[in-house]
Design a protein. Structure first.
Length: 282
């Protein structure tokens, strides 16, 4: 069994939470600013709906072998968002639900072999189709929080937080990095997970949810601390969940994170859908 069944269920739950939030909003609420500069809540919702259709396009590509870009052009993507931003809440809600249903049907109708086909998003690298549900969950969760309508990064599900943190590190832009390592401290104690070799700068420490909110730019760094490096084992592995014990240091304000989502998917993903993602720790 692959991870796809779990991802479909997770996406359905994420979508239902978004729809429940939108159902409580008014037309005036949608015209109000979101937490994304320059976008109203209506812009955010129009983007989420068109993003579902974009992922249907990529699944069509994987299923048929005919190149079908996620969006025809960046300009077409922007125009679609702008065209849908000013609609009343009833239309926004219906569009969100219908586009999500189209995506769910497309996932349900995918032949097993098609999930291993390679598609190309708006930015490299190309990736296999099984990663598309993960990209969609990311869009729904992040932009649900961006609405600023009662659901925020503290509400992100644990499964999303851990997967997104793992994938963000796999995609880390080392040439733009402001930190050298990330120390993920498990709530309730226990040995932290440490990713090293990320670039130049201090180590940042925090719990998974706080770290993800910081590196995605959804928080100013609440609960995240910068500390000098060199307080763990010298032989701790550079990536992929190595364990390192951190020393006692004085907490400090973290630097601004490097750009997030410079890649739509991590490089070097398995060609076929794995049993779980991220991989289970040894």
């Amino acid at each position: 069994m692959s991870v796809l069944e779990d991802l479909r269920a997770e996406l359905a739950e994420s979508t239902e939470r978004l729809l429940a939030t939108v159902a409580k909003l008014t037309d005036d609420d949608l015209r109000a600013p979101s937490l994304l500069p320059g976008w109203s809540r209506g812009h955010v919702l129009a983007h989420v709906a068109r993003n579902a259709d974009g992922h249907v396009n990529l699944l069509t590509w994987a299923r048929t072998g005919v190149p079908t870009p996620q969006y025809p052009t960046p300009e077409a993507r922007a125009a679609g968002i702008e065209a849908g931003a000013g609609r009343p809440v009833e239309e926004q809600l219906a569009d969100l639900r219908e586009s999500a249903n189209r995506l769910d049907r497309a996932m349900r109708d995918m032949p097993a072999a098609a999930w291993s086909a390679t598609v190309v998003a708006m930015r490299p690298p190309e990736h296999t189709a099984w990663y598309i549900p993960i990209r969609r969950i990311r869009e729904v969760e992040v932009h649900h929080a961006d609405l600023g309508a009662g659901y925020g990064w503290p509400d992100w599900p644990d499964s999303y937080v851990r997967r997104e943190l793992y994938d963000s590190v796999l995609s880390w832009p080392r040439e733009l990095s402001t930190v050298s390592e990330i120390v993920c401290e498990e709530p309730g104690g226990g040995e932290p997970i440490v990713w090293r070799g990320l670039g130049a700068g201090p180590a940042v420490h925090g719990a998974p949810r706080e770290l993800l909110a910081w590196l995605t730019g959804r928080s100013a760094g609440e609960g995240v601390h910068a500390r000098p490096t060199g307080h763990g084992r010298d032989d701790a592995p550079a990536l992929s969940g190595g364990i390192e014990l951190s020393g006692e240091t004085t907490a400090d304000t973290p630097p601004a994170p490097p750009p997030w989502l410079v890649m739509p998917a991590p490089p070097g993903l398995p060609a076929d859908p794995p049993a779980c993602w991220p991989p289970a720790r040894d």
